[in-house]
Design a protein around this ligand. Structure first.
Ligand SMILES: NC(=O)c1ccc[n+]([C@@H]2O[C@H](COP(=O)([O-])OP(=O)(O)OC[C@H]3O[C@@H](n4cnc5c(N)ncnc54)[C@H](OP(=O)(O)O)[C@@H]3O)[C@@H](O)[C@H]2O)c1
Length: 309
């Protein structure tokens, strides 16, 4: 990673797994990292751990619950009052395969946290990214799981009220991450800015993710599943975070690109450019999701809709 001195980076879900590793890496290269964490206690514990291993670490912990539109707005207000530049927004936090549950605002948890939360956060921070006097980036952490389930967005039942499958809902939220990133980048290109939106995925990495949501009870079966996955099927979180770090900082990255590991089935390895499923590149689907996301969150981006090619 090139030197990051003087740069300000926000990492969501910075206290654990890939977010923790990203925070550590940015800090070691001299960036100031704003650790956006749902729990201040867990965030500060992680901050102390990074400080103990990095001389001169420059970190701020701010509270952010992506399942609460009020919390997202409060986070942005606090960020606004303390910071005047934003170089990288790493939208990393997430929950996986949770039992049916809703966010504070009534959205299905995985769709609400993984997609709508980051959609709103990005919309409320976009002016900071546009106004910062260097090339700035939004990086979205997606997953190979975006291909699972139907590989489509279920617009008739976005919040899983009629039928819910935890596996399918996770897949949909990760597909939504890609549709949003690519559409955001098209809209950024349409206004001629040097802010870009890029996607990444970590393959299969050993983190807390298979346990589900840390604020929900984890069943014994799930704990066994999680232990099995993390012991036999994963690479380390410090390797898994490399595609996101590459997307955030490498020189030869264009907006709308997607990076993942270069090994078998993109499960492990070094960062390389990868391709996502056909739906993720579909412009009408992306525009439809964008409009609904604006409606549901009440956050609108002041960006032109790109003209069809
Ligand atoms: N690990 C993998 O193999 C893998 C594969 C594909 C994609 N990913 C993606 O990588 C990202 C990071 O996951 P991870 O593997 O590092 O898992 P992790 O160790 O469980 O970390 C997830 C982070 O997200 C935070 N989070 C959860 N709900 C939140 C909310 N409502 N508001 C704010 N933060 C919230 C968690 O905070 P708490 O500590 O408070 O729970 C935690 O910091 C996710 O987007 C995931 O979909 C991971």
């Amino acid at each position: 990673m090139p030197d990051q001195s003087g740069r300000t980076v926000i990492v969501t879900g910075a206290n654990s797994g890939l977010g923790f590793e990203a925070t550590k890496a940015f800090t070691q290269k001299g960036a100031h990292v704003v650790m956006a964490c749902r729990s201040l206690e867990r965030g500060n514990r992680a901050r102390r751990e990074i400080e103990s291993m990095t001389t001169g670490a420059s970190l701020t912990v701010l509270e952010l619950d992506l399942g609460s539109q009020a919390s997202i707005r409060q986070f942005v207000t606090e960020f606004d009052s303390e910071f005047d530049r934003l170089d990288v927004l790493l939208n990393n936090a997430g929950v996986m395969m949770t039992p049916y549950s809703t966010t504070e605002d009534g959205f299905e948890l995985q769709f609400g946290v993984n997609h709508l939360g980051h959609f709103a956060l990005t919309g409320l921070l976009i002016d900071h990214l546009l106004e910062t006097d260097s090339e700035t980036r939004i990086v979205m952490q997606s997953s190979v799981a975006h291909r699972n389930g139907t590989g489509e967005i279920d617009f008739d039942d976005l919040n899983g009220r009629q039928s819910y499958g935890r596996f399918e809902a996770y897949a949909q939220s990760k597909l939504a991450n890609l549709l949003f990133t690519y559409e955001l980048d098209r809209r950024l290109r349409a206004i001629g800015t040097d802010t870009i939106a890029v996607a990444a995925h970590p393959g299969s990495s050993a983190t807390e993710l298979p346990d589900g949501d840390s604020e929900m009870e984890t069943s014994t079966i799930r704990k066994i599943f999680s232990k099995f996955v993390n012991t036999f099927l994963t690479q380390s979180a410090s390797t898994g975070v490399l595609p996101a770090l590459y997307a955030a900082t490498a020189e030869n990255v264009d907006g709308g690109h997607y990076f993942g590991p270069d090994g078998f089935l993109e499960m492990r390895g070094n960062p390389t450019r990868v391709v996502s499923n056909a739906t993720s590149y579909d412009h009408p689907t992306a525009r439809r999701l964008w409009d609904i996301s604006e409606e549901l969150t009440g956050v609108t981006f002041e960006l032109e809709e790109p003209q069809p090619a």
